[in-house]
Design a protein around this ligand. Structure first.
Ligand code: ZN
Length: 405
């Protein structure tokens, strides 16, 4: 499965972060966890087809987590969707969607299957399909909030065809029976045991979506042994009190859940707008759990990179921020500013002019220092960046009070 963060902000979007939403791609289908404003646009930019959405799972009714839902449904209608879609969430989601659709006079051509969970529930499979299920459990926020676990069902073990043939298995029906776990009796009375031919069942991949919660045991249960745990980390440890007060987690809380659940990979997201550079949160998480990553909008996270890389191709350039808060990489042509470009051209011209009068080996010698010189100038820029006073935690504006997250 492929996880694509579509929005990693908390309640307040910033110039570079969108409201919460995560897409899970599996076997061509998409499952959407929360649907913040812009989720449908981010899907487009991520290279994910909106028509492929099977399930939408809403965590709670803080506006930032579901404000993109009606717009997305309207788009699906305009795309002439016919396939049913499932929307799961806290009780009230059905009323909210139906009222909006009626108010906006949208004539839906497709069926919406609602799965609503009541506040006092313990755990529930909100979706249960042949190959996967989605489990929900209540979390611990200031309002009723649900965490989800997407679990692929175990696949049957591989059949050792050579061994089966050598033992006298020839018919397709016999293979099927062995694969289903049944023993097969040959004509001469020999019994071929299924476990001799069929390997161990292969465990399915799993993903947990835990957002807007203080640390709670249900988060650990949902995340138990997952391949990927996507956990909110709204605050750093220094704001633990504020996290507790507003019903959120610190990056250390996220790492604690990851440790207790023995997840394979922790991905933190839902960053407070005050962190212009979320690496401070990553450092704290990594001090307690590894591997831990920052969710980067539109950058896919794979459970099986060898097979999955290249399936989801984003259509926009992802700007990366390094741990000093500066940007790095980028499209090559654009990464050089105009001044650099001019200087580079000039140098290239002058080196070419000189090289005309020299032999090949001297040209090679001449070029090497040129390249190094170019690289060095880049490093110099970085050095300048790091010599600036660290800007890890900066309020967006002095007037924001960040009461809500
Ligand atoms: Zn939130």
């Amino acid at each position: 499965m492929i996880i694509v963060p579509l929005g990693v902000a908390s309640a307040t979007p910033t110039a570079v972060r969108h409201l919460p939403s995560v897409a899970l791609w599996r076997e061509g289908d998409v499952h959407l966890f929360d649907c913040g404003e812009n989720a449908q646009m981010r899907m487009l930019q991520a290279g994910l087809k909106r028509s492929k959405i099977e399930n939408i799972l809403i965590s709670h009714f803080d506006v930032d987590h579901f404000s993109g839902l009606i717009g997305l449904l309207s788009t699906l209608q305009l795309q002439r969707r016919e396939k049913p879609i499932t929307i799961a969430g806290p009780k009230g989601i059905k009323q909210y969607v139906e009222w909006n659709i009626e108010f906006a006079k949208i004539n839906l051509n497709f069926e919406i299957k609602f799965v609503e969970v009541e506040e006092d529930f313990e755990s529930e499979r909100v979706v249960d399909q042949e190959e996967y299920y989605i489990e929900a459990r209540p979390l611990n926020h200031t309002s009723f909030c649900i965490g989800y676990r997407f679990q692929e069902k175990d696949r049957p073990g591989k059949v050792d065809a050579e061994k089966a043939e050598s033992l006298g298995i020839t018919e397709d029906e016999q293979y099927k029976a062995l694969k289903a776990g049944d023993d097969v009796e040959l004509e001469d009375g020999t019994i071929i045991k299924s476990y001799d031919i069929v390997g161990h069942p292969r465990p399915g991949d799993s993903f947990a979506y835990i957002t807007d919660t203080r640390y709670c045991p249900n988060a650990v249960k949902l995340a138990m042994n997952t391949n990927i745990l996507y956990h909110e980390a709204t605050f750093s440890e220094s704001l633990a009190e504020k996290a507790a007060e507003t019903g959120h987690s610190t990056s250390a809380d996220a790492a604690r859940v990851a440790n207790e659940a023995q997840t394979k990979l922790l991905v933190i997201a839902h960053f407070s707008a005050r962190y212009t550079n979320p690496f401070v949160l990553l450092r704290e998480a990594r001090a307690k759990f590894f591997p831990a990553w920052l969710a980067t909008e539109l950058r896919p996270i794979y459970t099986n990179p060898a097979q999955e890389k290249g399936i989801v191709k984003q259509r926009v350039y992802i700007k990366e921020v390094d741990d000093k808060g500066g940007s790095k990489g980028g499209p090559r042509k654009k990464s050089r500013d105009k001044g650099d470009k001019k200087r580079f051209r000039k140098r290239k011209g002058s080196s070419d002019r000189k090289s005309r009068s020299r032999d090949d080996s001297s040209r090679r010698r001449k070029r090497r220092p040129d390249n190094q010189g170019h690289r060095k100038s880049k490093d110099d820029n970085n050095d300048q960046g790091s010599s600036r006073p660290p800007k890890h935690i900066t309020p967006r504006t002095p007037f924001d009070n960040f009461d809500r997250f």
